[in-house]
Ligand binder design. Structure first.
Ligand code: CS2
Ligand code: MN
Length: 398
């Protein structure tokens, strides 16, 4: 695997020189300062590349070139926005980018109810609690028709959960959920969130899926001609929330996208933590079966805490702990790389907030030390798997 770390650009409290010392050879990044929907200019891309190169690091993966909400809802500016997307792809390919990540989640990129959940060892993790999310939806957001989306016993549990929260805890819950809105640094309010939800009135899962296919049909031919792999990041968490549809949650969802838009450019960012929140996603099997579609790997594990086949409450576990079964995933990645003779870019998605990072503010999930621990562990597993496979092969030849 090609070891990378996400870097949020010059304003990231984690510096490039720190990332260099983690052993990563590349960063994955984006022009976060460019407003969603605007073209990424060739000059701005070149400047960012030079900054990264000066720190001794490479940049071949973009995360993310965001898809504007009006592309997802098929609003009136669709043509113009898709055109801008294609132009950005051209500029990126010309600058040596090979993989472009995006997601097709409405409104929220990721959702957690707690951004600093204390683990037994004192480190902190991101956690999604189903009762707390339901309490927010039903009683703080007070979304119309929300009660229809929850079983009666869950409504009761959510009510009890809310009763146990003081004003401060309620405000924190709202803030944590809204933190998943892209650009949420600009302080979104609950009213902004309601307004964003309203833009999806009438967009159900079938419509969102059709819009996703239309987007891919419009951009994949260009990406293919440029030799780019356009990889979709799955829904996080992989189930519908707050009445919003979600259509990239399971192996069947992505297999369907590849069947409908068979272009080689149409690919997947395999995020083990996102898919892994559902017990019905077979992670190593997905790596085996989705194979050449996988252009980028997010390796992370979650520990599920109850829930049904489609998942529920979970927290982010250490990379080799939890439910992911990371060794089997890395072994499947190793087989894939051998089969296709390539090295797939990987990053340790999130990490715990631990040690010195407990007293510094980074983007939620993007501490330096927790991610460095994750990367080190993953690197070790890959070495071990490669060694064991080579031994087995030498044994078979002898
Ligand atoms: C990332 C996502 O931080 C994360 O959870 O994995 O935000 C990811 O960058 C986007 O969904 C990709 O578009
Ligand atoms: Mn991810």
């Amino acid at each position: 695997m090609t070891q990378t770390m996400r870097w949020f650009g010059p304003s990231d409290p984690v510096a490039l020189r720190d990332i260099r010392q983690t052993g990563a050879t590349e960063v994955v990044t984006a022009l976060h300062e460019v407003p969603n929907g605007a073209v990424w200019s060739a000059a701005a891309i070149a400047e960012r590349r030079a900054t990264i190169a000066a720190a001794g690091l490479g940049w071949t993966v973009v995360e993310s070139l965001p898809v504007h909400e009006e592309i997802k809802t098929r609003g009136p500016r669709w043509d113009e926005l898709v055109d801008a997307y294609r132009t950005s792809l051209r500029h990126l390919a010309a600058a040596g980018i090979r993989v472009v990540t995006y997601n097709f989640m409405p409104v929220l990129d990721w959702t957690r109810t707690d951004l600093g959940w204390e683990l037994p060892d004192g480190a902190r993790a991101l956690r999604y609690e189903h009762e707390a999310a339901a309490a927010f939806d039903l009683f703080l957001l007070r979304r119309d028709g929300a009660e229809r989306d929850y079983a009666a016993d869950l409504v009761e549990r959510a009510e009890r959960r809310l009763a146990g929260m003081d004003e401060d805890a309620r405000r924190r819950l709202t803030r944590n959920i809204i933190a998943g809105l892209p650009g949420s640094e600009e302080s979104f309010s609950i009213e902004d969130f309601r307004a964003a939800l309203a833009t999806y009135d009438g967009v159900d899962a079938a419509a969102l899926h059709a819009h996703h296919v239309a987007f891919l049909e419009a951009v994949c031919p260009v990406a293919e001609e440029l030799g780019l792999h356009l990889v979709v990041h799955p829904d996080d968490p992989p189930f519908a929330l707050f009445g919003l549809p979600r259509v990239v949650s399971t192996e069947a969802d992505v297999a369907d996208l590849f069947a409908r838009v068979p272009s080689r450019a149409n690919g997947l960012c395999f995020c083990a933590g996102s898919f892994g929140a559902r017990p019905d996603n077979d992670l190593p099997g997905m790596v085996d079966r989705l194979g050449d579609r996988i252009g980028f790997l997010h390796l992370r594990s979650v520990q599920r805490e109850g829930g049904d086949a489609r998942g529920g409450t979970f927290h982010e576990a250490a990379h080799l702990e939890g439910d992911a079964g990371m060794t089997a995933i890395v072994a499947a990645v190793h087989r894939l790389q051998q089969r296709e003779n390539r090295s797939i870019p990987m990053r340790p998605d999130h990490g715990h907030q631990m040690l010195d990072d407990l007293s510094r503010v980074t983007n939620p999930g993007y501490s330096l030390l927790g991610r460095m621990r994750g990367l080190a562990e993953l690197r070790g597993v890959e070495r071990g798997v490669a060694h064991a496979t080579a031994d087995a092969r030498a044994g078979a030849l002898a």
